[in-house]
Design a protein around this ligand. Structure first.
Ligand SMILES: Cc1cc2nc3c(=O)[nH]c(=O)nc-3n(C[C@H](O)[C@H](O)[C@H](O)COP(=O)(O)O)c2cc1C
Length: 329
């Protein structure tokens, strides 16, 4: 009894929340819903119906645990009826024997979006080398819905052995669209994209744009950590460059409402730290919007059970938010 009292006092101290911790984005409406009320969170994305507006952002392939991680991610996607992006298939293009790392259609099942992923530098090589057939063959073998192209000039520039682009990525993407019957999605890798790039992308018949905004895992910062070359700290400032998800939402909303966007589907990702961010972003962004997570899922992805438990809490939290938490206008 004495110990319990002590615990209460100690925990009350720990649970004391400062006013500065209040999230100003939301209003909490405890009176107007019930826990039992059904909520429909479904959204149409790339022509499929997803039960939750959640996307598993591109991560892995071609490394030791990639196969298991991708299979776990695909199984969880199947259970919760959400979509997923594979990590870059560059290793597979170099070594077709790696197919098992990436071939997860049998786990995710038919009818859910599963996207392959390739870097813009490799895509440029493929297009300049007239090797689109090789890429298409890989997409066919993987039975994917389409292809995500990651556009990462800053990461490549900072990376010690990074690639250099011969042409502006927008031209390479236009070439791809001329060649490909597969839906194409374009993303960054954690820096987001500015207004002119988004405007250029929105003028194309893309399947979707994934933000990979600034504020979460940042591959420019990551390459800075990997690059131990003398003098590389001169580039440090680059890890502060990019665009937040909020800023990018404002830009695409403006393009959408003015009728100047051909793109209707968006994945808001990059630093999505909880279902509350997801609740907020999917409400704010016009169009068919999902929220995407990479790092938060990777932490659990080596174990299906851990990943499943995380996802159960994530979708439960999102359902709770839809019932009781509103976005301030
Ligand atoms: C381990 C790891 C590997 C990644 N590999 C890829 C990749 O192959 N292709 C890609 O487009 N993005 C890749 N990303 C970037 C993510 O898709 C995402 O854009 C970025 O991590 C920001 O999301 P987050 O803040 O939720 O982690 C990777 C991220 C992580 C953490």
């Amino acid at each position: 009894m004495k110990d319990r009292k002590k615990d209460h006092i100690k925990l009350a101290e720990e649970a004391y929340v400062g006013i500065d911790q209040l999230d100003p984005r939301f209003s909490y409406e405890p009176l107007l819903s019930s826990h039992a009320e059904g909520v429909d969170l479904s959204v149409s994305f790339l022509g499929s119906k997803l039960v939750y507006p959640i996307w598993i952002s591109s991560m892995t392939g071609g490394t030791g645990t990639a196969k298991e991680i991708n299979q776990n991610l695909a199984k969880v996607a199947a259970k919760y009826r959400i979509g997923m992006g594979l990590g870059s298939i560059r290793p597979l293009l170099d070594n077709p024997k790696l197919i098992d790392d990436f071939a997860v259609r049998k786990y995710i099942g038919d009818g859910l979006p599963l996207m392959a992923n390739i870097g813009i530098a490799q895509l440029e090589d493929i297009i300049l080398g007239h090797k689109y057939d090789t890429l298409k063959e890989a997409l066919d073998r993987l039975e994917v819905t389409g292809l995500i192209v990651h556009v990462n000039p800053m990461q490549e520039f900072i990376q010690f052995e990074g690639d250099r682009f011969k042409y502006p990525p927008i031209d390479t993407i236009k070439h791809l669209l001329d060649l490909s019957d597969y839906p194409v999605v374009v993303k960054e890798v954690g820096c987001g994209m500015g207004p002119e790039s988004l405007k250029a992308l929105c003028s194309l018949p893309l399947g979707a744009i994934e933000f990979a905004a600034f504020g979460g895992t940042n591959f420019s910062a990551l390459e800075m950590l990997r690059n131990s070359e003398l003098g590389s700290d001169a580039l440090q400032g680059l890890s502060t460059i990019g665009h937040s998800a909020d800023e990018m939402i404002a830009i695409v909303n403006q393009l959408t409402t003015s009728g100047s966007s051909q793109v209707t589907d968006f994945i808001v990702s990059g630093g999505v730290s909880s279902f509350l961010d997801g609740h907020y972003y999917t409400d704010k962004c016009e169009g068919n919007t999902l929220y995407g997570m990479a790092y938060r899922l990777l932490k659990y992805a080596e174990s299906y059970d851990n990943l499943d438990q995380f996802m159960e809490k994530e979708v439960g939290g999102l359902e709770f938010a839809r019932r009781f938490i509103r976005i301030k206008k």
